[in-house]
Design a protein around this ligand. Structure first.
Ligand code: SF4
Length: 618
C-alpha cells in the first residue's frame, strides 16, 4: 500500500528520542570528553538509525509515522516545553528508543511524561539496551511493550496492526508485553532476518514526512543539532559483526546473546550502492558507510565497489583491521572523496589483542601507507582509554606513538584522536558479562543503577567500570593528559591552528579544575549543598562540556556551497506525489480518482512550498 505523501492526519506512531539525561537543562553535570568523537553533543541527541528504517518500512505498509527528536528541540530552545508538546500529540502509539544505555534516564523520564498525559496510549520500547533489560523494563509502569532484537521493522508493523484492530499481540514475534490478567508474556525471539534487503535507510522518508507537515515539523526530524550545517548520513552495510571486541555491545557475542543472531545480516551490495545515490539526491553531506565491507567477503566488497564506482559525494569508510594495498587501491578508484577510519585503540599490540583486535603495528602502518597512497582525503586513527591491560603509562605511550607516526608519514591527512571508553561498558559484551575474567570491575549492573549513575555530577562518577590496571580517576586523568599531548602535537604539525589548539588546551585545564572542585564538593557537602554548589558552577561546566580533548570540527569533511540539494528534493517530492496518485487511480473508484487528482495538485504545490520553507530555514 502506498501512503499519500501529503494528506493531513494524526500519525499512527510517534517516535520520541530523549536526551541522555532528561532534565539536563536544569542539572550541572561535567560530561567531559565522552562525546568528543561522535557527532552528538553530550546529551547524545542523535537518534538511532533504526528510527529511519522503521519509519520508512511502516510508511511503505500504509502507516503514518512521525519522528520527534526531543533532545534536539530541547537543545535548540531552552524554553521548549516538553510536557506541553507531548500533551498535544495523539497517535495510536508512542515508540521510544532505549538503544544505547546512556539514554536510560531520558527515555524512562519521557515515557513517564507521556503516560501521565496519555494513560491509555501504548508506549513501545526497543533497541539493544531495551532488549537486554526487557524484564526490568516491562516492570516500569510507563512501559507497555518491549520489542526485542536487532530488526523489529516487521514485528512493529504486526504490533501496530494488533493495536489498530484490538487484537491481543500473542503472535507478534520478539515482543514482551502484559496480557489482560497483568501477566508478563515473552513471545519467542524468532524474527531475525538473514539479510537487510527488506529495510531501507532512506533519508528521503524524512523529506517526505517533513513535506507532509509543510515543513513545520522539519526540526523534529533533525538527527543532530547541527545537521543542517553538517548533514552527515549513514549507510548500513550490515546488522551484526564478525568481530569480538571485548567491551562492544555490537560484537558477535553480544548479537548472539541479545538477538539470537549467529551471523551478520548484510545488505545486498548493489542495493547498498543504490542507497548512496538516493542519499546524495537530497544532501551533499558525507555518508558514513557503517561496517567493514570486507566482513561479508572479498566478493561482496568488490561488488559494492563496482556498483558504487564513480560516486561523486564524500564518503567515510571504516576498517576493522589491517587491509591490503589492493583493497585500498580499489577504494581510491571508486570514490573521489573518501575518509578512512581505523580504530587500533592503542599503540600496544598486546593490549590491542587483549581487547579483541589481533593485528600488529607493522600491519597497521602498512595499511596507513597504502591508504595515503590510494588517495584518501583523510585518515582518522582512533585510540581509546580504558582497555584491558592498559596502564596510565601505556596511555601516554600511545600519544608518543602518534608522534612517531606523524614523523614517519609527515602527511596532514593522518589525524589521530584519543577518547575514553565512556560512559558505559555495553551490556551483552564479554567484558560486561564476565568482568572479573577480563580485569574489569563494574559499578552498575541493572538498568535502574545505570539510570541513577547518569545523574552523577561528573563523568568520573558516571563511568560504570574501572579496570584492574586503572581506577576511574586514572582513566579520567590519563585521558586529559593524552588529549593535551595530542593537541600540542597537532598544532606543532600544522593540523590545527594555534587558536584552536589554545582553546582546547584551555578547556582541558578548565575541565581538570572543575573535576577536582566537584570531587572536593562531593566529599564535604550535604546533598542539598552539593546541588546548590553545582548549579553555581553550571555555566562553567556547560562551557567545558563540548570538544574537551579535541575540537569536534576536526572530524568533519569540508562541504562547499549549500548543504542540501534543493532541486533533488523537489524532483523527489514531485515524483512521490505522482506515484501515489497513479497508484490510487489504478485501484480506486471514479469518486476517489477525482479526489486523488485534487491531492496531486496540492502535492505539487506543497512540494514547492516546502522547498521555499527549507531554503528559508537553511
Ligand atoms: S567495536 Fe569491534 S565488535 Fe564492535 S562493531 Fe566494531 S569491530 Fe565489531
Amino acid at each position: 500500500m502506498v501512503a499519500m505523501p501529503f494528506a493531513k492526519t494524526q500519525p499512527d506512531l510517534v517516535f520520541l528520542h530523549a536526551p541522555s539525561v532528561y532534565d539536563f537543562r536544569q542539572r550541572a553535570i561535567l560530561y567531559g570528553p565522552i562525546s568528543d568523537l561522535v557527532p552528538s553533543s553530550p546529551v547524545f541527541e542523535m537518534y538511532p538509525i533504526g528510527f529511519t528504517t522503521m519509519a520508512e518500512y511502516l510508511e511503505r505498509h500504509g502507516y503514518r509515522v512521525r519522528i520527534v527528536n526531543l533532545a534536539v528541540r530541547m537543545l535548540e530552545d531552552p524554553d521548549f516545553d516538553v510536557e506541553r508538546f507531548l500533551a498535544r500529540l495523539d497517535p495510536l502509539a508512542f515508540g521510544i528508543d532505549l538503544h544505547w544505555l546512556p539514554h536510560a534516564h531520558g527515555a524512562l523520564a519521557v515515557a513517564e511524561l507521556v503516560k501521565r498525559h496519555h494513560p491509555h496510549t501504548p508506549i513501545i520500547f526497543g533497541g539493544f539496551s531495551a532488549t537486554y533489560y526487557q524484564r526490568e523494563l516491562i516492570e516500569y509502569p510507563q512501559v507497555d511493550y518491549v520489542l526485542r532484537g536487532d530488526s523489529v521493522e516487521e514485528p512493529l508493523r504486526q504490533l501496530l496492526e494488533c493495536l489498530r484492530t484490538g487484537r491481543l499481540p500473542a503472535q507478534v514475534p520478539n515482543l514482551t508485553w502484559r496480557d489482560p490478567a497483568g501477566q508478563v508474556r515473552e513471545n519467542p525471539l524468532i524474527y531475525c532476518p538473514a539479510n537487510l534487503d527488506h529495510v531501507m535507510l532512506d533519508y528521503r522518508y524524512v523529506v517526505r514526512a517533513a513535506a507532509r507537515s509543510l515543513g513545520r515539523n522539519l526540526k523534529d526530524y533533525k538527527p543532530l543539532q547541527r545537521w543542517f550545517d553538517y548533514p552527515i548520513m549513514a549507510a548500513l552495510s550490515c546488522r551484526g559483526c564478525t568481530r569480538h571486541c571485548l567491551t562492544c555491545g555490537g560484537s558477535a557475542e553480544a548479537f548472539r546473546l541479545l538477538h539470537g543472531r549467529e551471523r551478520p545480516a548484510y545488505r545486498d551490495p548493489e542495493q547498498l550502492a543504490g542507497d548512496l545515490y538516493r542519499m546524495a539526491e537530497v544532501s551533499k553531506g558525507p555518508i558514513f558507510i557503517l561496517g567493514d565491507l570486507r566482513q561479508a567477503g572479498d566478493e561482496y566488497a568488490e561488488r559494492f565497489l563496482e556498483a558504487a564506482r564513480g560516486f561523486p559525494g564524500p564518503v567515510i569508510v571504516e576498517l576493522f583491521d589491517a587491509a591490503s594495498d589492493g583493497y585500498l587501491r580499489r577504494m581510491g578508484e571508486t570514490f573521489s572523496r573518501w575518509t578512512l577510519e581505523i580504530s587500533p585503540e592503542t599503540h600496544d599490540p598486546a593490549v590491542r589483542r587483549a581487547f579483541g583486535k589481533p593485528y600488529d603495528n607493522e600491519a597497521l602502518e602498512r595499511t596507513l601507507a597504502a591508504a595515503l597512497d590510494a588517495g584518501c582525503a583523510r585518515l582518522d586513527l582512533f585510540f581509546m582509554v580504558g582497555l584491558p591491560q592498559q596502564t596510565v603509562e601505556s596511555v601516554l605511550a600511545t600519544a608518543d606513538y602518534c608522534r612517531r607516526l606523524m614523523a614517519r608519514f609527515d602527511d596532514k591527512r593522518l589525524q589521530p584522536f584519543i577518547s575514553p571508553l565512556a560512559p558505559f561498558l555495553d551490556p551483552g559484551s564479554r567484558a560486561f558479562e564476565n568482568p572479573q575474567r577480563y580485569g574489569y570491575r563494574l559499578f552498575c549492573r541493572t538498568l535502574e543503577e545505570h539510570r541513577r549513575a547518569l545523574e552523577a555530577p561528573s563523568w568520573k562518577h558516571i563511568l560504570n567500570y574501572e579496570t584492574a590496571w586503572m581506577s576511574r580517576a586514572d582513566i579520567v586523568e590519563s585521558t586529559y593528559e593524552a588529549g593535551l599531548r595530542l593537541n600540542r602535537l597537532k598544532e606543532e604539525k600544522g593540523l590545527i591552528s594555534a587558536a584552536v589548539a589554545q582553546d582546547v588546551e584551555e578547556r582541558i585545564a578548565q575541565a581538570r579544575r572543575l573535576m577536582a572542585e566537584i570531587d572536593r564538593l562531593m566529599e564535604k557537602c550535604t546533598p542539598q549543598e552539593l546541588e546548590r554548589e553545582l548549579m553555581r558552577l553550571k555555566p562553567e561546566i556547560d562551557r567545558a562540556n563540548t570538544s574537551t580533548v579535541c575540537d569536534k570540527r576536526e572530524l568533519e569533511m569540508p562541504i562547499e556551497g549549500p548543504r542540501l540539494r534543493i532541486p533533488g528534493i523537489i524532483r523527489f517530492l514531485v515524483r512521490e506525489g505522482w506515484q501515489a496518485v497513479k497508484s490510487k487511480l489504478q485501484s480506486s473508484n471514479p469518486k476517489a480518482q477525482a479526489q486523488n487528482t485534487h491531492h496531486a495538485t496540492r502535492n505539487t504545490q506543497h512540494a514547492s512550498r516546502i522547498t521555499h520553507h527549507e531554503t528559508d530555514e537553511l
